[in-house]
Design a binder for this molecule. Structure first.
Ligand code: SAM
Length: 247
């Protein structure tokens, strides 16, 4: 899978690309990252990439010409890719959207700055607009990194263990269960006994019950959307009863 990012701050991507999950995906060749800086496409001595908004008001707007030239070059280099603008006005990403993104051969991501990009670019080039949530950050670089990380960890062979992503929160419509590691007792706090039992069925049941219980406590609307099997209902009811007894 190929990502081309159009950004005024390409250096911000170098740390992400050099380590962790994204670094591994790039090193293994399951993903590619190419960076395009609109400033390299300016022709004036000041290398101007922004200008004042028509109609007045505060802030600056990213100019059409340098961005357009960068997008055109990226499209020539990645003819099969679609173009997405990361913007707080876009469709809010959820886990299911990542599979749609990963299903395409590649994406050219436009990272905005200032008040955003000239709307005529959106009209002419943009196939999708994505938001990472209902809040505003200063530039599209972090949103682009969030999207690339979230997608690349789903690509086969990127994570250390093939099941790691499958048990993550949201993948099956539930939040993840709690995790523990050595030592068995630390500062007087013990690991739940069932996890030390070696009984894989009991462990799987306990984990499912915890995932159901946590989702019920923190994100009940997810349970309504997902629906529950008969076994899951029994497990959740027992969790709810224990929770109420402990209150
Ligand atoms: N004036 C814009 C608005 O209110 O819609 C916000 C501009 S923001 C300061 C600058 C850039 O950051 C945007 O062009 C966009 O690329 C990026 N950005 C900010 N918040 C974002 C979010 N929640 N999701 C995706 N991109 C975001």
């Amino acid at each position: 899978m190929r990502f081309d990012v159009i950004s005024l701050f390409p250096d911000l991507f170098r740390i992400l690309a050099g380590q962790g999950v994204v670094g591994r995906a790039l090193e293994r060749g399951s993903a590619e990252l190419h960076l395009w800086n609109p400033r390299d496409y300016t022709r004036d001595p000041h290398r101007t990439v922004d200008d004042r908004p028509y109609g007045g008001g505060p802030g600056m707007v990213m100019k059409m010409e340098p961005l357009q030239a960068a997008i055109e070059d990226a499209k020539r280099a990645a003819p099969d890719s679609e173009v997405a603008y990361v913007t707080p006005q876009g469709r809010t990403l959820v886990q299911d959207t990542l599979a749609e993104i990963a299903a395409k051969p590649g994406w050219i991501l436009i990272a905005g700055r200032y008040e955003g990009i000239d709307e005529r670019l959106v009209e002419r080039y943009v196939d999708a607009e994505w938001s990472i949530g209902d809040y505003v950050v200063s530039g599209g670089e972090l949103p682009a990194m969030v999207i690339m990380d979230a997608v690349m960890r789903l690509l086969p062979g990127t994570l250390g263990h093939k099941d790691s992503a499958r048990q993550d929160s949201y993948v099956d419509g539930l939040l993840d269960f709690p995790h523990y590691t050595r030592p068995e007792t630390v500062a007087g706090a013990r690991v739940p006994q069932v996890l030390l039992s070696g009984d894989h069925q009991a462990i799987a049941r306990w984990r499912l019950q915890q995932a159901l219980g946590r989702t019920w406590l923190r994100r009940p609307e997810l349970l309504e959307r997902r629906g529950l099997s008969a076994e899951e209902k029994v497990l959740l009811n027992a969790f709810i009863q224990a929770h109420r007894d402990a209150e």
